[in-house]
Design a protein around this ligand. Structure first.
Ligand code: GLY
Ligand code: MN
Ligand code: MN
Length: 460
């Protein structure tokens, strides 16, 4: 945990922005197949942000009017001690969180009845069924209505606070990236013809586990990089494959990292791979450079698309004005996702609070265009935000066939020429970038991405 003062100050800032009461349930454990066999525990990130305690079966409450905070939780039972060894009483956790009021879990409904006095009880949209049911019981709201009655004012206040990272949060994110750099180095060492994808993805995950870290999200390690979130690892790598490795560790306090590199199996990019890789790398560098306070992230997205389209026009895959190719949405044939997202305690930070409330505001609405509608954030960047910058080029056979059959963007796209690049599959390059008052800062140690560096890492 951070020092108690961090959590006290975070709650005080939130209390200044809010009225009434806020409830923050900790995440319950997530069973794999029966209750006593859970997945690795991941705390709810709002609870983690405001209370920091890495334990389930707790609820945090903040009286926004008085500024007081409360923890509801029970003493460890003898069974807890015998089977789990966890002996930390809630009062001790609460102290580490700077909370002085500690009450038994079962007293939450009575506490609400006594303290509510007609006030609103704010909560964030739950993403776990058990939390939905608990909120329903505590607040007397029918289960089907819980999601829609989540508090927009609370979500907006949390987003405004959590999207600006403090110095100690950046230190956490860089500590995650230090492990992630080792994960990518291991992947480059292990990636060679004849090796199965799951052998490499296992080695990647092993680096995180050996460092007592968890993954921030399941490893994507695939020679079928055109399948954007492909978590299958079922192919044997062959010379000439390009493999997308999108993997990142969490820090000890649960902050995410999210890095993608694309590597040639056999150790060298061929001419076509080199051409496409350089386009993605140029787009990524231009996009990183554009991550300046006040710039719309939408403009960063468009810039990365335009850089790639300029190159593909020069190669004859697209024709016409690159700006028109971007404006009309034709580019999304080869770049159907957004340039990135915010990152923090969640790899897609705060996505559970509602993507539009996190990434869009009154100045910019989500596009309905294919591809662009997947952009998770479009609003202006602010100092202290951390965003990923992850443009990619993909050659997706069924999408190409569908668009050609439907006669889409015929004036801009040479479908035959595009098909001649199907062997590339997919290329993505992703870094985590801190927006500052001046130049953007790529977080973490350098992870090879220049062609020479990647080829050298593979041969090492
Ligand atoms: N690792 C998932 C993403 O890049 O969004
Ligand atoms: Mn990402
Ligand atoms: Mn990623």
């Amino acid at each position: 945990m951070f020092a108690a003062a961090t959590y006290r100050s975070r709650r005080a800032i939130l209390a200044q922005a809010m009225d009434d009461i806020g409830l923050f349930p900790a995440s319950p454990p997530s069973p794999m197949n029966y209750t006593a066999n859970p997945h690795a525990y991941v705390q709810d990130s709002c609870f983690a942000y405001y209370f920091g305690i890495p334990q389930p079966f707790l609820v945090g409450a903040i009286d926004f009017d008085s500024g007081e905070a409360f923890i509801f939780g029970d003493e460890p039972t003898m069974d807890d001690l015998i089977w789990l060894g966890s002996a930390t009483p809630p009062a001790e956790w609460a102290e580490r969180s700077g909370v002085t009021h500690v009450l038994p879990y079962a007293e939450l409904p009575a506490w609400l009845t006594k303290n509510r006095r007609g006030r609103i009880v704010h909560y964030t949209p739950p993403f776990r069924g058990t939390v939905t049911i608990q909120l329903s019981e505590w607040l007397g709201i029918p289960v089907p209505d819980i999601a829609q009655r989540a508090s927009s004012p609370l979500v907006r206040a949390i987003v405004a606070q959590r999207e600006i990272k403090s110095g100690e949060e950046i230190v956490e994110m860089e500590s995650a990236l230090a492990i992630t750099a080792e994960m990518h180095a291991a992947a480059m060492r292990f990636s060679r013809p004849g090796v199965m994808e799951h052998e490499v993805s296992g080695a990647i995950e092993g680096v995180a586990r050996a460092a007592d870290r968890t993954l921030a999200y399941p490893v994507i390690f695939s020679a079928r990089g055109e399948i954007l979130h492909n978590t299958m690892h079922d192919r044997r790598l062959a010379a000439g494959d390009l493999v997308v490795n999108d993997s990142g560790a969490s820090s000890q306090l649960g902050y995410a990292s999210d890095i993608t590199r694309t590597v040639p199996i056999g150790g060298h990019f061929d001419a076509k791979q080199r051409l496409c890789y350089e386009l993605v790398l140029s787009a990524q560098k231009a996009a990183i450079e554009a991550c300046r306070a006040g710039t719309l992230y939408l403009a960063v997205h468009r810039l990365s698309a335009r850089v790639m389209m300029e190159g593909l026009v020069a190669e004859g895959l697209f024709r016409g004005d690159p700006d028109a190719i971007v404006e009309t949405g034709a580019y999304a044939l080869c770049f159907p996702h957004g340039v990135g997202h915010q990152i923090g305690l969640d790899v897609h930070d705060m996505e559970a609070l509602g993507e539009d409330l996190v990434g869009y505001d009154h100045t910019v609405r989500r596009s309905e265009l294919f591809g662009l509608r997947n952009l998770r954030m479009a609003k202006a960047l602010k100092p202290g935000m951390v965003v990923t910058v992850e443009p990619g080029l993909y050659f997706i056979p069924r999408l190409i066939d569908r668009w050609e059959k439907e006669g889409r963007y015929m004036e801009f796209i040479d479908y035959e020429k595009v098909r001649s690049f199907l062997g590339i599959h997919g290329i993505r390059i992703e870094d985590d970038v801190l927006v500052t008052d001046g130049a953007p800062r790529v977080l973490g140690p350098g992870i090879p991405k220049e062609i020479g560096e990647v080829e050298a890492a593979l041969s090492g």
